[in-house]
Write a protein that binds this ligand. Structure first.
Ligand code: ATP
Ligand code: MG
Length: 424
C-alpha cells in the first residue's frame, strides 16, 4: 500500500465543498474588481525563481523542488510562488502592450520543500493577484481591498499589518543601520541569521527563531529611513485604507521573505489558526519585470494561502462561527422494483438532471430495504418507490424522507409536476 508523499494532503469530497465555496467567493470578488484569470505552468526554468525571487531567500536556498530536463539537463523547479512565473509570462506574451493597469489572478498549487506542520505543507494552494502598470498608492490600496473583500466574505477574521520597506534609494541607508545594530548582537543570532547578516540582513527581521525575533524587535525600523517619495507613498496608502474603511496596524517587522519587494508590504494575519497564521502576504515589486528581462513596469500583488484559509474555516465552524457547505444531496431518490421500473427510474432521473435537479435511483440492483438505507445515507430529500403496480396505474407516492406528513401522489409521466414538487 502506498502513502501520499510527505507534506501533501488529500482533499476529500467532504472538504472539497469548502474549497468550492472559497473559489466561488474568490472568482466573484476578483471579477468584480476587474481581475482576469491567468493560468501558467506549474514548473518553470529555475532561473525564473533564482533571478525573480532572489538567491538569498529561503525559497531559493532551501525550499525549491527541482527536477532536471532529460534532454538538455536544464534545471527546472516546481513553482514555489506565483509572481515570478506570471512576470515571465507577461514578458513572454507581450501583455505589457495591453491596457494598463493589467490585472491578473490565479488559483493553483505551489510547492516548497519545507518541514511539514499544521498550516505548512510541501504542496499548498494559493489565490494570487498581480497588478501591473499602476504606481500610485491607490493601486496598493485597491489590491489590499480585494484581499480584504475575500476574507470578509468568507467571514475569516484577520488583522491587516502594513509596512514600507523603501526603495533602492533609501534602502542602503537603512541596510547600513540594520547591519550596525545586528553586528552588536552577532553572537546571539542563530547561525542562519549570522550568514544573513553578510548576504541579506533584512531577512533577519523575518526569522522565526525566538531569540532572533527578540533581537529584531529592537532593530531600526524601515519607516524611519524612508526617502521623501516612499514616505509620501506610505502616507497615501494609509489615507486610502482609511477612506476604504479597512483597518490596519503599521508593523515594522513585516519585511516579507522575497527579495523583489519595494515600498508597500502587507500581511493578513488570522486570529484563529495558531502558529502559521499569515493567510495572505503581498507587496509592491516595481523592479521585478525589468529584472526578468522585461520593460520597466511596476507591479503589486499578493498570495493568499488557501490551505490555511480552509483550516481557518474548519476551526471557525467548530466554534460555531461559520457554517460550512455540505456535500450535494439529491432532491429525489427513485427506488425501482423490477426491470421495467428500473428503466423508468433511469429515464426520469436523467430528465430531472436535464432540468438541473439532482436526482438518484438504484443502479446497484439492491433490495428495497438496502435502497432506502442508501437514500437516507446520501441525504435524499424525497423518495418514491416504483414497481409494476405503480407503472400500471401511472401514479406513485412521493414521500419526504424526514417529514412523514409531507407526501402526495404524482403522475409518473408528469415530470414537470415532479420537478416542481421536489425542487421546493
Ligand atoms: P511563512 O512565513 O508562513 O513561511 P511565506 O512568507 O513563506 O509564509 P508567502 O510566500 O508570502 O509565504 O506566501 C503567501 C501565503 O501562502 C502565505 O501567507 C501562506 O498563507 C501561504 N503559504 C506559504 N507557504 C505555505 C506552505 N508551505 N503551506 C501552506 N501555506 C503556505
Ligand atoms: Mg515560508
Amino acid at each position: 500500500m502506498f502513502q501520499k508523499p510527505k507534506g501533501t494532503v488529500d482533499i476529500l469530497p467532504k472538504e472539497t465543498v469548502i474549497w468550492h465555496k472559497m473559489e466561488e467567493v474568490i472568482r466573484t470578488s476578483a471579477a468584480n474588481a476587474g481581475f482576469n484569470e491567468i493560468r501558467i505552468p506549474t514548473f518553470e526554468i529555475s532561473g525564473v525563481y533564482r533571478r525573480g525571487v532572489g538567491n538569498t531567500t529561503d525559497i531559493v536556498q532551501k525550499e525549491m523542488f527541482t527536477l532536471t530536463d532529460k534532454g538538455d539537463g536544464t534545471e527546472m523547479c516546481l513553482r514555489p510562488e506565483g509572481t515570478a512565473g506570471v512576470v515571465r509570462s507577461v514578458i513572454e506574451n507581450g501583455l505589457f502592450n495591453e491596457a494598463m493597469p493589467l490585472k491578473l489572478y490565479y488559483i493553483g498549487p505551489f510547492f516548497r520543500y519545507e518541514k511539514p506542520q499544521a498550516g505548512r505543507s510541501r504542496e499548498f494552494y494559493q489565490f494570487g493577484v498581480e497588478m501591473f502598470g499602476a504606481a500610485s498608492a491607490y493601486a496598493d490600496a485597491s489590491v489590499i481591498a480585494l484581499a480584504s473583500d475575500v476574507l470578509t466574505k468568507l467571514e475569516i477574521g484577520t488583522t491587516l499589518h502594513i509596512n514600507s520597506i523603501g526603495c533602492p534609494e533609501c534602502r542602503p541607508k537603512y541596510r547600513a543601520a540594520l547591519c550596525e545594530y545586528f553586528k552588536s548582537r552577532e553572537e546571539d543570532l542563530c547561525p542562519t541569521c549570522r550568514e544573513r547578516l553578510k548576504t541579506n540582513p533584512l531577512r533577519i527581521l523575518d526569522c522565526k527563531s525566538p531569540i532572533c525575533s527578540e533581537i529584531a524587535a529592537g532593530a531600526p525600523k524601515t519607516i524611519d529611513y524612508l526617502c521623501g517619495d516612499c514616505a509620501d507613498h506610505f502616507e497615501k496608502l494609509k489615507q486610502s485604507l482609511d477612506a476604504l474603511g479597512i483597518a490596519y496596524t503599521v508593523n515594522p517587522k513585516i519585511v516579507r521573505g522575497l527579495d523583489y519587494y519595494v515600498r508597500t508590504v502587507f500581511e493578513f494575519i488570522s486570529d484563529d489558526i495558531g502558529a502559521q497564521s499569515t493567510v495572505c502576504g503581498g507587496g509592491r515589486y516595481d523592479g521585478l519585470v525589468g529584472q526578468l528581462g522585461g520593460p520597466a513596469l511596476c507591479g503589486i500583488g499578493f498570495g493568499m494561502g488557501l490551505t490555511r484559509l480552509a483550516l481557518a474555516l474548519k476551526v471557525l465552524a467548530e466554534k460555531g462561527k461559520v457554517t460550512l457547505p455540505e456535500i450535494n444531496a439529491p432532491r429525489l431518490y427513485i427506488a425501482p422494483m423490477g426491470e421495467k421500473a428500473a428503466v423508468y427510474a433511469l429515464r426520469t432521473v436523467k430528465l430531472l438532471r436535464d432540468k438541473g435537479i439532482y436526482a438518484e435511483c438504484d443502479i446497484a440492483s439492491r433490495s428495497l430495504k438496502a435502497q432506502m438505507k442508501y437514500a437516507d445515507k446520501i441525504g435524499a430529500r424525497y423518495c418514491m418507490v416504483v414497481g409494476d403496480n405503480e407503472l400500471e396505474a401511472g401514479k406513485a407516492e412521493l414521500k419526504n424522507m424526514t417529514d412523514k406528513d409531507d407526501r402526495c401522489e404524482i403522475v409518473l409521466d408528469d415530470i414537470c409536476a415532479v420537478a416542481e414538487k421536489i425542487a421546493k
